[in-house]
Design a protein around this ligand. Structure first.
Ligand SMILES: [Zn+2]
Length: 173
């Protein structure tokens, strides 16, 4: 029994409810959905020596997560055990996550171009390939996707190999 036993707050990778754990624990399970997770794969949001502080921290984080991170939560379902922190994800994964729930191909394409230009401003074919790959779209299908982005005037190629979204507002004179 040591006095310095510490606690931490993690977020369940399955249902995204936070819970407190004892640091040093290898495996733990979620109170909410009973999912068993490996603690070291998860981000520790908060550390404390006090159990009272721990439950307070769990409550705060719960409120924050429930308070409007819907998109983030939806997407994490697809990426089990990705360390929590949407904004820390690699941009191509983040973009793919946003596209995953758009079934309509044309809308998906537009969103792809939009998100790439938000993240990277000017992007390359390799960036599109990466995002499409995350979505399970590869080879010929991926090529067709990229072709149709240009053909539908969603993106253009200002310099060889570099793409930008067609900004309709700027092009109107
Ligand atoms: Zn859970």
């Amino acid at each position: 029994m040591t006095a310095e036993q510490k606690y931490g707050v993690v977020v369940c990778p399955k249902c995204h409810y936070p819970r407190g754990i004892k640091l040093g624990t290898k495996k733990s399970s979620c109170y909410h959905c009973s999912y068993n997770f490996t603690v070291k794969n998860l981000k520790i949001f908060y550390m404390t020596e006090s159990e009272a502080e721990l439950s307070e921290a769990v409550g705060r984080l719960n409120a924050k997560l429930r308070g409007g991170l819907e998109e983030y939560l939806e997407f994490l379902e697809e990426y089990e055990n990705v360390p929590v922190g949407y904004e820390q994800l690699e941009p191509h994964k983040r973009i793919a996550a946003k596209l995953m729930h758009i079934p309509e191909p044309k809308k998906r394409l537009e969103r792809l171009a939009f998100e790439l230009s938000v993240e990277l401003n000017e992007f390359e074919e390799a960036d599109m390939v990466k995002v499409l790959d995350e979505l399970g779209i590869r080879g010929k299908r991926a090529e067709n996707f990229m072709k149709s982005l240009v053909e539908n005037n969603i993106i253009y190629e200002p310099r060889p190999g570099k793409y930008r979204i067609v900004d309709s507002e700027k092009n109107m004179d």
